[in-house]
Design a protein around this ligand. Structure first.
Ligand code: MN
Length: 238
């Protein structure tokens, strides 16, 4: 039986659409999971929702409300989605309580970190003092643009079996201090955290890049990440 993977969506206020790039759903399908798109719902219903799902996949999107990590808004903070934050933070808490696996990409890796008490750069270029790489790449997202270096004794290393990966990059925010029990398992050359993880139950991995887009060009490491996540979701079904 295929595991049900809940995928978070973004909301377009102007036209009233929930939306998701199909690459996310395709990646879950390719890895053997059954994607279930999640519109925002009431906090009181989340227990019921999480009971039905075998894994949580947090996708990319707009900025996170800095009050989530006890900061006032920086002048270069982008668009914040309060309702999306409310829904996703509640989901993360409940998935962790029920020991079900979580994979986050881009904004999703920050939701994971902040939910566990970590902090963020609200705007990397104006808040990080050292010279930065280009983290908002100019080429299309299915093509990688910068390297990340992976800690050898990490879950991510065990999944991809590589010390470095060439990844894509489309973010102006990033994780700063990691949350409780999390390990920063990959960084770019400029020291920006590119992956956070927790190896103990449940499986939690957040990557700052977009593996779903790299998968469109048949990237092997991206497929291994999705397959591992789906495998963890299957493990929890018995
Ligand atoms: Mn990057």
């Amino acid at each position: 039986m295929k595991p049900l993977i809940g995928i978070t969506t973004a909301y377009d206020e102007k036209d009233g659409y929930y939306f998701l790039h199909r690459a996310h759903a395709d990646a879950i399908i390719k890895a053997g999971g059954l994607p279930v798109l999640l519109p925002y719902s009431e906090a009181r219903d989340r227990e019921r929702l999480v009971e039905q799902l075998d894994g949580l996949y947090l996708t990319g999107g707009n900025d996170i409300d800095p009050h989530r990590f006890k900061e006032e808004p920086h002048p270069r903070l982008g668009k914040v989605e309060v309702l999306r934050d409310r829904f996703e933070f509640a989901l993360v808490e409940t998935f962790i309580a029920k020991k079900k696996p979580i994979l986050g990409v881009c904004r999703g890796s920050q939701v994971i970190n902040v939910a566990l008490g970590g902090t963020m750069y609200q705007d990397l270029p104006s808040q990080k003092e050292t010279a930065l790489l280009q983290h908002r790449q100019t080429r299309p997202l299915q093509f990688p643009s910068h390297y990340v270096y992976i800690k050898e004794d990490s879950l991510l290393f065990n999944i991809v079996k590589e010390r470095s990966l060439l990844v894509n990059s489309n973010h102006h925010q990033a994780n700063w201090q990691v949350g409780e029990g999390l390990l920063a398992s990959a960084k770019s050359e400029d020291g920006v955290i590119e992956a956070v993880e927790k190896e103990a139950e449940p499986f939690i991995l957040g990557v700052q890049w977009h593996p779903e887009q790299l998968l469109r060009e048949k990237d092997g490491a991206s497929l291994r990440i999705y397959r591992y996540f789906v495998k963890q979701a299957i493990k929890g079904m018995t």
